[in-house]
Ligand binder design. Sequence first.
Ligand code: ADP
Length: 545
Amino acid sequence: MSVNDASDVGDRMQHWAMTVDRFLVHAARWHGGRELVTRGADGAISRMTWQDVERRARQLSAALLAGGVGQGTRVATLSMNVSRHVEAWFGIMGMGAVCHTLNPRLFEEQLVYIVNHAGDRWLFADLQFAPIVARLRAQCPTLEQVVYLCDEAQRPGGEGIAFETLIAGQRTDVRWGQFDEHTAAALCYTSGTTGNPKGVLYSHRSQVLHTLIVSQYEVFALSARDTVMMIVPMFHANAWGLPFAAAAAGAKLVLPGPKLDPASLYELLEQEQVTFSGGVPTVWQLLLAHLKAQRLRLSSLKRVLIGGSACPEAVARSFRDDHGVEVLHGWGMTELSPIGTVSGRPNAAVAALDAEAQLAYTLKQGRVPFGVDMKISGESGERLPHDGAQQGLLKVAGPAVVARYFGEDRDVLDAEGYFDTGDIGTIDAQGYLHITDRSKDVIKSGGEWISSVEIENIAASHPKALMAAVIAVPHPKWRERPLLVVKLKPGQDATGDEFLAFLDGKIAKWWMPEQVVFVAEMPLGATGKLDKKRLRTQFPALPAS
Ligand code: ADP
């Protein structure tokens, strides 16, 4: 190629592989004194800086290399959000091994399945999970080594290695990155609400691009002035990418450890003057109820990211009206690394509307940032219009979206290269996605879709209701009909007719649940979401009334 040939850049721009270690190197070099604050299981606060984390993560990489871990070796973690978990992430990924976050709330058979499927060789675990570790060791032959995230004195007798012992005296100059950006960095399994969990293997490149995607103004918009409290666990879809985004921004990171009750969270929010936090709706519902009951104010919090399931209207209103906190409502899934859409920061047309109308947009799942594309398709694959009315299968494409699950030999993309999310929704003229259901939860009555989510949201806003779920039950004429399942607030009593009267006029007549049943407990999955699969097993048909 001649030096004047402009058709190919060749070596005229730098080859700068997009590897995730760069986030930590950046944070340590340019925001080195910013803190990572951890609250341990005993409630004690400990402080590290990004510089400390880099040094310790490099020591960990050195120890892993010495222990025979190499590129592609799967190293699992079973830990809450604590600084040693962040160090483990970077130590594992920086040297080219694959960090596999395990959700300790999964049923044991699922954990065993996942560890065996992934072929995990090392496991980093919090002390509190020692009983789970013992059971995994007995059933997972690939597991060679267990590291407890503790110091020597705390290590359970004769078991595994202590994190502090492992890194003590190790080199701090281990080389990171400098491999191809398509090298695997992390592995995450879907929670398997349908069939076995499926693994999504992220590359360094996809993780870096995901971080850039979520760093945009209309997504997390983190800055070097932010203090980020990461409530969403690092094992829940990699904490939505917050650890990398916080390091990239040079934010201070607050890690609440295992204590996630509202009083503990509030104390930490205030004590560390948190400006940004992310968690599932349940966490916020409990926190807001605590604030109300105790008449407490939030003195520093500016933005909350709410996702994992739809943000209830009451939560969005209370943050906005009672506390002046901006709500960012995110939709995503493990297969998307995980952020897909976010609402909260309006586009120009929505910003021109009054506050009530804007809230309606916040309660939708939002718009795609640059780096994600989406479409809704009809059942034969045709693109449906963005009219906010026609529901279709939601399909997504982008550099941080799965193409093929780990351990499988076939892509899961349609002819245009889009991944079917299993969610059903509408897209409106402003480009806002609204999720109306999951395809496996959808109720098809007389050939038409009924949105279980919409009925649930309305039923859950009944003053006596704590939670509401709508599932399909077989019906001889309509094929399926909705059944409303309600868990009442403590001490409340209600009749099915009260709920039907409450729904009357708010939903189409033919959407009206066939029956209402009350339950003492709702089955919840490992990420705190309603487990409709179990509910369907519980109510295979209309209960005799
Ligand atoms: P799983 O699919 O196993 O539950 P994920 O944590 O990947 O695990 O969950 C992704 C799913 O969660 C999405 O497909 C969607 O159905 C639901 N979800 C996530 N965020 C939202 C939201 N903001 N509104 C409605 N549903 C959501």
